[in-house]
Ligand binder design. Structure first.
Ligand SMILES: Nc1ncnc2c1ncn2[C@@H]1O[C@H](COP(=O)(O)OP(=O)(O)OP(=O)(O)O)[C@@H](O)[C@H]1O
Ligand SMILES: [Mg+2]
Length: 344
């Protein structure tokens, strides 16, 4: 008696093919019965969870579920018994080494020949990277939101507090101040908001005075990356010192010189020294305008530092100190820019 088994052979081949596809696919593929007992476990599952098939088959799938999520499984089994499919359910599971992992889970009922649900297949995909990227994007969005609020607050205060005898003068003063912020902003965005280099910032602000035959500006200091808030504070500070030097100080005459030097100690203590020589004779001023006030507020506020003006006859020496310069990457986003107009 000869029986044609080609169809059965064909079906076996297909089943074999399916099995090897499952075995070597990247995702974790496992199956369980309706009591939640693991039936099959592919290499992807071994890679993702760290257990071999021998260590899991016959054991409850709850072995993969962290204590605070044990209530998930009864819900999944309930839905399965109703023949439901669970798509891309984002959850957390625990590996053999105890570490937790973010996964996307798809659970589909497995039916027998009579169409009864006898178990489920589970496909789990590691979404750690995606979660991290999402969190990073959310953080960046919060940060951008915060920075733009800060920047707008600063621009608003700048426009509000800037004075000028003529509309032209007022416009020039406002433009100069916003340009200083814009310079800091482009330095920061060049570094993907990692930080802005202090030297680059000082050079940019003093560039117009660096090209003379005999340089009038001398800049010495280590390369120092400033975190965004500090960068914007220092950009404004250097701008105000520069415009003042141009209006009243060493850069108001061809013979004047400005020395800018800074240092940052291992403990983070920061000193920035601006000293002018060769300009008109200087005396302590009677009034404080936007420049000196904003500088004090920004240094005493976000930098938690101090500003010391030494009005020497031969030229102003302004020293900015901060006990510990916030480092790029340190979360300084909480610092608010409050530059409310004061009585004087
Ligand atoms: N480098 C300097 N050399 C000599 N005098 C200075 C210098 N910087 C500031 N001053 C004096 O200090 C005063 C206050 O400076 P501040 O920057 O606060 O105001 P302003 O420059 O006059 O006006 P604003 O900054 O609001 O445009 C100036 O009016 C000036 O008399
Ligand atoms: Mg000024």
């Amino acid at each position: 008696m000869l029986i044609d088994i080609s169809e059965r052979k064909r079906a076996e081949e297909i089943a074999q093919e399916f099995a090897s596809i499952v075995e070597c696919c990247d995702d974790a593929v496992l199956s369980k019965d309706l009591n939640g007992i693991i039936k099959t476990w592919n290499k992807g599952a071994e890679r993702l969870f760290g257990y071999t098939a021998e260590e899991t088959i016959g054991r409850p799938v709850t072995m993969l579920i962290p204590a605070d999520r044990q209530n998930e499984e009864p819900g999944i089994l309930e839905r399965l018994r109703r023949g439901e499919r669970i798509d891309h359910y984002e959850t957390v599971r625990r590996r053999k080494d105890g570490s937790l992992i973010d996964i996307s889970l798809t659970v589909s009922p497995v039916k027998n020949g009579a169409g009864h649900t006898i178990g489920a297949s589970k496909i789990a995909r590691d979404i750690t990277e995606r979660k991290r990227a999402q969190e990073h994007i959310a953080l960046l969005a919060r940060e951008v939101d915060h920075r733009s609020k800060n920047l707008l607050a600063l621009v608003q205060a700048t426009v509000h507090l800037t004075k000028g005898d003529t509309a032209q003068e007022l416009k020039a003063a406002i433009e100069g101040r916003i340009q200083a912020l814009a310079n800091a902003h482009s330095l920061l965005s060049q570094s993907r908001w990692a930080g802005a280099d202090l030297r680059g910032m000082v050079m940019e602000e003093l560039a117009p005075y660096c090209h003379d035959a005999e340089p009038r500006v001398h800049i010495t200091g280590p390369s120092l990356a400033l975190e965004p808030n500090t960068a914007q504070s220092m950009a404004v500070a250097v701008h105000e010192l520069t415009t003042n030097a141009v209006k009243y100080g060493a850069l108001s005459v061809p013979t004047g010189h400005v020395h800018v030097e800074w240092s940052c100690a291992v403990d983070g203590a920061f000193t920035f020294r601006w000293s002018e020589t060769g300009g008109p004779s200087v005396a302590a001023p009677q009034h404080r305008g936007f420049g000196t006030r904003v500088l004090e507020r920004l240094v005493r506020g976000p930098l938690n530092g101090d500003v010391r003006y030494d009005w020497r006859a031969e030229g102003l020496v302004c020293e900015i100190t901060a006990p510990e310069l916030p480092r790029p990457g340190s979360d300084g986003s909480e610092q608010e820019w409050a530059i409310a107009p004061t009585s004087d």
